[in-house]
Design a protein around this ligand. Structure first.
Ligand code: HEC
Length: 148
């Protein structure tokens, strides 16, 4: 094999590896539009949740906490089924995006290292079952979370 063809082979392999790493990252991040996510949070959520997620008397703290809900499937589903999410005027893609954004941006140390991002499909299914008696349901979930 000539030196030239060996060189070409290396470049092609290099490109393949580079491209596959790129696509995985993109899939995982849903190609999140952070500006749009932030704008939607500001328009539709932060009125209650406050700009930095601290919340208030009846609005739970999201800051450094929301990521704990990703520890189990029922709690993960809760973040979509809670009325503020499920009944919002955002479409499925935008809701998935804003939830992912809230977790990454405000979740701090609560966010699991191997975080699985919400997808539009997942959100579409879950928001068809919005919760009603939220307070007690939330308390039940929180008891099962391991919180630092
Ligand atoms: C009118 C006030 C209000 C608005 C607006 C609002 N929420 Fe909420 N949100 C709440 C309250 C109150 C809770 C606590 C659970 C409950 O009682 O519904 C909550 C809980 C949540 C939770 C679960 C967090 C936890 O710790 O329990 C998520 C996720 C959430 N909201 C997402 C959103 C998103 C996304 C938006 C914007 C699209 C939004 N909310 C808009 C009031 C609001």
């Amino acid at each position: 094999m000539s030196a030239l063809s060996l060189c070409v082979k290396r470049v092609v392999w290099g490109l393949c590896i580079f491209c596959s790493v790129q696509t995985n990252a993109a899939d995982n991040l849903l190609e999140m539009n952070t500006d749009r996510a932030k704008f939607n949070y500001q328009m539709f959520c932060q009125g209650c949740h406050t700009p930095d997620g601290t919340g208030g008397k009846s609005v739970p703290k999201i800051k450094n906490y929301i990521g704990y809900f990703l520890q189990n499937q029922i709690a993960r589903e809760y973040l979509v089924r809670v009325p503020g999410s499920a009944n919002s005027s955002l479409n499925d893609e935008q809701l998935a995006e804003v939830l992912n954004w809230m977790i990454i941006e405000l979740g701090g140390e609560s966010v699991p290292k191997n975080m699985q991002y919400y997808t539009a499909n997942e959100v579409a299914k879950l928001r068809q079952h919005p919760l009603f008696e939220v307070v007690e349901y939330r308390e039940m979930l929180v008891k099962k979370l391991s919180v630092k």
